[in-house]
Design a protein. Sequence first.
Lengths: 531, 996
Amino acid sequence: MNRLIKFAFFFSAVLIFSSCTDLEDTLEDALVDQFSNDGVDTGGGGGAAGATLASYNKLRDGSAGHGSYFSTQFVSSDEGAITQKGGDWFDGGIWLRMQRHTYLSASGPLNDTWNNAYNGIGECNTALGGSLSASEAAEVRVIRAFHYMRLLDLFGRVKIVTEAATDPPQSSRLEVYNFVESELLDVLGLGSVTAAIDLSGSPLGTDANAYQVNQFSALGLLAKLYLNAEVYSGTAMWQEAEWASQYVLDNGPYQLCGVGCSVPNLAKRPAVASDPDELEGYRAIFAPNNEGNPEMIWAILYDESGAGGMNFAQMTGHYGSQLTWALQDQPWNGYVALEEFYNMYDNNDIRKEHNFLAGPQLDYDGAPVIDYASDDDDLALSFNPSINELEPNAQREGGVRLGKFSFKIFQRPDMDNDYPILRLGQMHLIHAEAAARNAGDWSLALPEVNVLRDRAGLGPLMNMTADIFHDERGKEMFMESTRRTDQIRFGKWGDAWWEKAADSDPNLELMPIPQPQIDASEGSLTQNPGY
Amino acid sequence: MKFKLLKSLILPFALLFGSFIYAQTVTGTVSDNSGPVPGVNIIVQGTTTGTQTDFDGNYSLDVDSDDAVLVFSFIGYATQTIPVAGQSVINVTLAEDAAQLDEVVVVGYGSTTRKEVTTAVTSVSTEEFNQGQINEPTQLLQGKVAGLTAYNKGGDPNSNATIRLRGISTIGGSAEPLIIIDGNPGGALNAVDPNDIENITVLKDGSAAAIYGTRGSSGVILITTKSGKTGQDAKISYNGQFASSMIANQVEIMDAGQFIAAGGNDLGSDTDWIDEVTRSSFSQIHNISAVGGTEKSTYRVSANFRDTEGILNNTGFEQFNFRTKLSTRLLDDKLKITFNAGLTQRDSEFGFNEALRYAVTYNPSAPVFGDDAIFPFNSEQYGGYFETLGLFDSFNPVSIIEQNKNYGTRSILQYSMDFRYSFTDDLVANLNMSKQNIQNQNRTYYPTTSYFRGNAVSPVRRGRADFNTDASNVQTLELFGTYSKQVSDKLDLKVTAGYSYQENDFNNYSLVLADFPPGVDFDFQDQIEASQDLLEAGRVEANSSRRDDDRIIAFFGRVNATFDNAIYFNASLRREGSSRFGEENQWGTFPAVAVGADLNNYLNLENVNLLKARIGYGVTGSIPPEVGLFARTYDVTNGADGNSSSATSDPLRAENPDLKWEEKKELNFGIEFANDRFSATMDIYTRTIDDFISLINVEASEFGGASTQYQNGGELKTNGFELTANYDAVKTDKLTWNTGIVFSTYKTTLEKSTAGDQVIANLGSPGQNSTNMILVREGEEVGQIWGPVWTGEVDGNGTPILADVNGDGNLVTDQGSALNDDADFEVLGKGLPDFEIGWTNQLTFGNWDVNAFFRGAFGHSLVNTFRAFYEPRIGSQASYNFVNTELASADIKTAQFSSHYVEKADFFKLDNLSVGYNFDIDNSYIKNIRLSLSGQNLFTITNYTGTDPEPALQDFGAASNGDFVSATPNVLAPGIDRRNSYFSSTTITLGLNVNF
């Protein structure tokens, strides 16, 4: 009896505890479902809301920071470089190779560019898989087409993924080009671009809001695609590029930011009298407070809190530049502009003074910034246009710095400036070039180039050639991620500049497909020719 | 003759008769050659009837058969079996047993004897432990267990050793062994004070650990705390240690004069920065314990206090620890209840290891204080200290360590109740319940005047306070029964079966606030409402997470069979599930089987006590380090100005519902030999780890932009050999000398890799990002240091000329080409040692005892990152001090990773030397006093030029310019001596032990 009780005790204990075979667990510290909130628009930034928000947000990744799309475009062009300063910035030689066009498929920045693009595309596909209004769906398709345009431009042969969780085969560059063209035409309600464009069939809006895709951004993007059509598809589309850009110029609610178009200068140091109070014209387009600039057709919203990703001050500032604007973090002393590119500007070009940080640097109180490891005996920091060498012992203060997207005092590592995808000035350049090339007469580009020169405080040009146009375009579009594409279109990609040797390998016009992607693709991605 | 005949006639008769009505009490005294022995177990063979001797060594036991055989056993003595044969008084003298064949060895869910062990198990007891200043339990074991490595590189008193059993056991799981404290799994090693430990047993191979299933892959360490014995007189002991440490070795750098001569920027002073931030430290440890027992109950209570200082200024900890262990028998001794509780309270000053790093790299001609600068310097803004403003990765080390605070408290409460009930002589049930509660509260504070992370350089947003709090709660319930049966004369059977439940709840939150009012000498971490961050959007950093209901549930069983008292068989099976996996693959099955044979039972070799061969095979698993790795997770991104709207966006990780257990299969063959003076154990093993859980790159286009996913895959293979030998070289009444050697070697090969061939472990900033130093390649050994080879020549720029390794006339040394067929890269060294040796010597001479322990590791290399960054005489970097080892070449002016910075780090060191003296005191209060003097890390023979040649088993990555070091190490990247290491120290300890 006693024994029975003991056994009963034992087995009931077993039963009580062994019923605990429950392994249900929910992940509590990460979101496992997607959601999208329509919030209250508090003004200020404005911008997209609701289901399209995430798609817009992804545009920020890599577009104005270090190590991805921007870096790939900038460092491979003749705009600038990241010099190796002794032990500093060698980084396994990736930036030296980028500058010298000896890039490898193992390059981390190329892989990050690829990932950022497909990350954005994935976000768009997810949004398109949900319930969107016709106009929202059209906006998201334009964003997706924009990502594919970057991939088309950089890598050429990529996979066109239009639905989540699918793995289509790798497309040819022509197929990617055709896809981007057809997507843009489709959302514009067009069969093709003609002289008389009728956008009444497009679900896209026409309001001037640079944070939201409208008919003008879609058509402007199409104009940019056509401008490069010969490179992408082998067939020039100058006429279509001209028509499309003409429509934007004629019908868009945009104005060039010139005299009277100004914003307060947020970089004004109280103790430095030479700092202007206002930034006007060209300067205002790229200022930290450039939201609502009348020239902006489509821009990526950046903000120091909540919309980070623009880090130009960190990327280009000297270690001591922290003291100049009392920046929150110490900059990295990396990106510099090339001397030849800087010297291309006339001395009285407003854009020369604005686009670069050159000469002696003052601190927040107006005293010289001291570099305790200065290259020369003069400890005062001064940015010299000349750089002794790309590697291995480039001067710490060599090279003027990238100042176009201007800083503000007390700035955080993430900047506030919005970054243009399309702006009216660029639209003029697209139109001028397309018209000139279409007619085979570069002088047709003069009026619009001279408008931009006038804003920069320069007299008009009387003579125009492809080379002059290429220079003028470069001066206006510095840091706007178009130079590499322009150099290829103008046949200058193989030229020699500074420490980059001349080459005649057309394969270099496309970047290698990142090795990690090829490795992970199990054979479904193949490398571009020549790599 | 007559009598004899009579006897032989009567005896069988008496026995026959006795078997029906026999009942007799046997009494006696058990002693050894120095007197009575209390606590000796006496069991009637083949039954569970038994007793223990009291404190005078006396016992009394009822036997119901005249042919009963009494078994006398006690740890450290040879077991004796004596037939009762009608005797009513049996006095026994126990003989010490050198081989300790009958020593009880705890294994999972039960115990066995040394002789019966069929798996690779090593047991280390108090007298074999390392001596000197011991901060944590693993230090007791270092070098004592073949195959176990425990390295605390540098010896930061606040960091635990990295423990590895037989090398890398897992890629994606926890590489640290499972800790079992007095039978309760999942305990924290820090919860037990080393002074309270009686024995540590290490289950090394798969067949031993498989009973612990998914947490057994990295080995199992069973800790038995000290306890009282029944009938033991109350005894109070005091143990005190007083230790002083000093820097053993430091990075060779230039002084101000050399630095300026080498082209460094002269800032006008002469400062020995390492001297400024380090000290000779003083530590003390006190332990008081009381132990005793009555007939039914035993007790032990103990209190420990530690005050430990590190050699870096403002580092160290204070710790209180209390432990109670009570045990009593109820219900006719059938129920035994044991209560065990430990409370640990530790206040740590972590300090900043960065101070050591910057002490190495800081300009030696810079002054400590700004007022001593040769040019005007606004000292006030930096708390009086000088700072080299405008330089990357350069901070005044004295300011770092003196102005800032980094401290925390940890409390661990651990308690368990164990019920053991004997239903019958054969059937015993155990119910163990335990709980462990760990709370950590850490704070860091950088005042507005600190340049390092305090942003003193800026006119805005100065000062910073970090708060980090986490709590984890582990509860365990285990129920298991054991049924023992002597099936026949030749066969003993023992069956164990049970159920195990463990739940882990974890939560944490952290907060970073900055921007405190400058110019006020006030510690704003206690008044964070003054932070201006609260007024501006996006400034405050806050983070929280919770992982509750994280469960492991298991059913397990084991059969032990002993044939002929010489062949031992052991098989176990564990079915285990974890909530860390998705629905599809939550459960895994982990079997093991082992067999051992005491060959000498059949060979009967002379002078051989044991000759055993054993072989075991077992499967264990590894649990992933986090919950929810199978799930796709989403980020929240904010709208235009942070508050207008929010949405999710895809993160970098794709889902994998099929994620499953990582498995380790291990085959172990061992031979054990013992005679009176010599014993040896040899193990050969091969283990295969497959399906490891790792984050794999996936094609971004396929997974909606997610570029990584946790996947199972790959295969790792380790073959190893271990030898332990002990010899009583001298054994006389006056002098004894025992010497022992522990040798282990293994080789781990990556048979298959899901991530493909790759190079990992980035050297880092300044300027050496995208410079990966470790090769991960299919079919090759793990931990190969990979890079270009320096020819010894430099070009006109001072750039090292690298070698055309493959001789194809084409020099390919870019990091991006590291894996190309034509790359001029080669294996520059191995991160893991070829073999490791521990050599113990114990001498006793009268009242004196001497313990000398040597340890060495051979065949491994280290990347000396201090040299790789700071040894080249880079002109544009002339404000960092130059590392100036004997390998320095003044011609090299460019920093580029090559063979030049990879050094062989073989070493052999006198790890521990202690001398003790026991005073015989015949006093009614004090029983004896022992004084000892120990030295740790006394000398090291090595060619390595860094501070510490110990292998770096894993890599925490690079950090620079005030960034924080990664918290998750990479086990595939051994061999990198990073700049964050603490400097190693030499410690001299005076120990005092008094027994009352």
